[in-house]
Design a protein around this ligand. Structure first.
Ligand SMILES: [Fe+2]
Ligand SMILES: [Fe+2]
Length: 294
């Protein structure tokens, strides 16, 4: 059996004291004010939650950790270093990791801050099909599982905009990736930061969602067996069945106080059972099976 833990939007909000004040004379100033006034109480325990999750993952024998972005709040280097420190217990516990940035990790600029803290974890097993550096990442685990990670986040200097876009080259690369013999017979989890649908099944908004969500959904329709995994919407949910060509799983915000957790995929005999990981009084546990991917 292969066990995958999917978490997202851990938003480790530390390290600001190391950021020069001049870096807050833009949208970051608004973001910092929002964070101090509203968000801080939700994420103050994020490092402790991640450490407790690592303890659970050790006992639960998680094989692959999938992180779908928004590791920080304002994407500065000190914050991303703090996020790496907070994630270290999980990274040391789970043997394999697939990671991608969210809009908060490239908040105002694609300046290499994400790669400086997490670049050693970015890799692909099919480099000949990568079109934007390492992207899309293709990772093959055991005999049954493939993970395809797409980088769709982008800086959004405009206040109140947090949308993204799958670069055309990555979108076009998917057909060859899904048809590659190395993926044949494997359950394929496609991951990016943005949701393809909201919890009620409707498209996300122009200012918040993935601009070409429909094109990405259609590109994934060729997948024989798989699911689409994402973050960005801070609510854990899944959608399955027509008219969707494949099931969608949103991990929510895995460290948000009162909503800690994610999704756990257990692959055996070429099918997956999906359970919700949640936290009660500081202890993580799994739900009964919430969905299956045949
Ligand atoms: Fe987020
Ligand atoms: Fe996000």
């Amino acid at each position: 059996m292969t066990r995958v833990l999917h978490i997202s939007d851990v938003h480790v909000e530390e390290g600001f004291s190391e950021v020069p004040w001049t870096r807050f004379l833009d949208k970051r100033g608004v973001g910092l004010a929002n964070l101090l006034l509203r968000r801080r109480r939700h994420y103050a325990d994020a490092p402790r939650v991640l450490a407790a999750m690592a303890e659970w993952a050790l006992g639960a024998k998680v094989d692959v950790l999938l992180l779908t972005g928004d590791l920080s709040a304002l994407g500065t280097r000190p914050e991303l270093r703090a996020a790496r420190r907070a994630l270290t217990p999980l990274l040391e516990t789970v043997p394999e990791v697939v990671i991608l940035p969210g809009n908060h990790d490239v908040y105002l600029a694609r300046d290499g801050a994400f790669e400086a803290s997490f670049g050693d974890l970015l890799r692909t097993d099919l480099p000949e099909l990568a079109v934007d550096g390492v992207w899309p990442q293709v990772r093959l685990f055991g005999e049954d599982l493939a993970v395809v990670a797409i980088e769709s986040a982008r800086p959004n200097p405009q206040i109140r905009r947090s949308s993204g876009r799958t670069p055309q080259r990555q979108l076009e690369a998917l057909a060859a990736i899904f048809a590659h013999p190395a993926l044949r017979g494997r359950l394929t989890l496609v991951a990016t930061h943005y949701a393809l649908r909201r919890p009620d099944g409707s498209p996300d908004s122009r200012h918040h969602g993935l601009e070409n969500a429909e094109e990405l959904l259609q590109a994934c329709a060729d997948l024989e067996r798989g699911a689409f995994l994402h973050g960005h919407i801070h609510r854990r949910f899944f959608l399955q069945g027509p008219p969707l060509p494949l099931p969608l799983f949103g991990a929510g915000s895995s460290t948000h106080r009162g909503h800690e957790g994610g999704w756990v995929f257990d692959l055996a005999d070429a099918r997956a059972e999906v359970r919700e990981l949640s936290c009660d009084a500081g202890a993580f546990s799994l739900s009964e099976v919430r969905a299956t991917i045949p």
